[in-house]
Design a protein around this ligand. Structure first.
Ligand code: PMP
Length: 359
């Protein structure tokens, strides 16, 4: 059976090896006679899946015991709300760096909960660059600084993470978690919907420094209080068991191929194939992101006219490439090349871009 050349922005390609294991275990997970979906979340096999998934993430991102790992529901979008609900303190501000639509949404939700302010914005440049954060000392009276580490729609990524902050750094890593090694100790909280680099949709990973849990107030609804999930090992209510199981399989796969370092090497190789083609095209393809802010995960580009763009996308579709349309708010084209997208598929796309341009 032929697999699609899948460049979807998310949900997107999962490692074929993972899908094969899931298929093998579909009717009878490790001798239980059941699919993971069919078993109790209080059963030993499921508790093991939950524990192993946490342990693997701890290993792959080198997360110390100072941090809790939570598996939640509601997508990254619910974190736009839970974050300020739990971490924004009375009389203090949530600071936001605006780098695209997702950070705009995060800010909008924070403003509903408390005092939130923009400290840097790339909006005037149509989000082609990651703005410089100057004068970090001025972030006084702040509860946290929020960044979106990778901007899925615009194809930009933070390559210099703000350091020496006097307040916790919070990152929405939905579209680049585990694409490269990170120093988790630089962050107070990291959140990511799983459906790009970690697995299927339905589970959201939150990594947070344990001492920040002290900020949550007893008046919070239980389900929206990080402490509830931390205390109960993410088993307070019924978790998305199938999604957590697949997340565990994806993490095992990532570990087996060499972890975050190996993934970064592969991701750089894949991204370079497409950016080189853009750079060598003498303006036939023009990249949306400025070079220093380019994303390893989402390569965004336009062609000179609507006719050419339409012809490019329709020929690509005929050849089996999927997901290459740019986001409806930006237009043009976008190739999302997350961890599980094989190098050979990116090579095929680079070759197609070259052929199309030559013709
Ligand atoms: N943040 C970023 C950077 C995203 O790319 C997305 C989804 N594409 C979201 C947040 C929203 O995630 P969800 O759909 O899981 O709520």
């Amino acid at each position: 059976m032929k697999r699609a050349l899948n460049f979807n922005a998310g949900p997107t390609a999962l490692p074929e090896a993972v899908l094969k294991i899931a298929e093998k275990e579909w009717l009878n997970y490790k001798g239980t006679g059941m699919n993971v979906m069919e078993m109790s979340h209080r059963s030993k096999p499921y508790e093991e899946i939950n524990t192993q998934a946490q342990a693997l993430l701890r290993k792959l991102l080198n997360i110390s015991d100072d941090y809790e790992i939570l598996f939640l529901q509601g997508g990254a979008s619910l974190q736009f709300t839970m974050l300020p609900m739990n971490l924004l303190e009375e009389g203090k501000k949530g600071y936001y760096a605006l780098t695209g639509s997702w950070s705009e949404k995060a800010l909008k939700e924070a403003k509903k909960i408390g005092d939130a302010e923009v400290v840097a914005s790339g909006k005037d440049n149509n989000y082609t660059t990651i703005p410089k954060l100057t004068d970090l000392d001025s972030l006084e009276n702040g509860s946290y600084l929020h960044i979106t580490s990778n901007n899925t729609i615009y194809g930009t990524q933070w390559n210099d993470i703000p350091s020496n902050l006097n307040l916790p750094l919070v990152a929405d890593m939905s579209s680049d978690i585990l694409c490269r090694p990170i120093d988790v100790n630089s962050y107070g909280l990291i959140y990511a919907g799983a459906q790009k680099n970690l697995g299927p949709s339905g589970v959201t990973v939150v990594i947070l420094k344990k001492d920040l849990l002290e900020r949550s107030k007893d008046s919070l609804p239980s389900m929206l209080d990080y402490r509830t999930h931390a205390k109960n090992d993410s088993l307070y209510n019924t978790p998305p068991t199938l999604a957590v199981y697949l997340l565990k399989l994806v993490l095992e796969w990532a570990d087996s191929i060499g972890g975050a370092e190996a993934l970064e090497t592969m991701n750089k190789q894949k991204a370079a194939l497409l950016y080189n083609e853009i750079d060598e095209s003498n303006g036939f393809y023009s990249g949306h992101a400025e070079v220093s802010s380019r994303s390893l995960m989402n390569v965004t580009f336009t062609l000179n006219s609507k006719e050419l763009t339409d012809a490019f996308l329709s020929e690509a579709k005929e050849l089996g490439f999927t997901g290459l349309n740019g986001h409806r708010s930006v237009g043009g084209c976008r190739a999302s090349i997350y961890n599980a997208v094989p190098l050979e598929h990116v090579e095929k796309l680079a070759q197609f871009m070259k052929d199309f341009r030559t013709r």
